[in-house]
Design a protein. Sequence first.
Length: 146
Amino acid sequence: MDEFMQAAIEEARQGLVEGGIPIGSVLVIDGKIVGRGHNRRVQKGSAILHAEMDCLENAGRLTAKDYQRAVLYSTLSPCDMCSGTALLYKIPKIVIGENRTFQGPEDYVRSRGVELVILNNQECIQLMRDFIAARPELWNEDIGED
């Protein structure tokens, strides 16, 4: 498996250990991880700290040219909020661990010119399936469902 998706999975596992939702993300520029994060909504009492948002926040301020040559890795298909942030900064490629347990607006993101690579990674799928079975109320809160 790709080292960058492995780093995102490590982030997801860290989130689970912290009592949060097991979704992880890394931002890669020129073959180097410049930001990493995991879903920390529970840990931080945050409305917006999905894994991708945490990752981008941890990468700090970057230039438009930096984002335009970046690859965003996420263990789960990015939601509307996280997809919108990737579109805003014109990140050209998103590598997604899995989109079976949740699928964000992938068709729209593709229509805006972003390359999506879906890995259907079994470890990512199992992490989410186990979490959703154990904590359905927390998962529903995270995606804005009743």
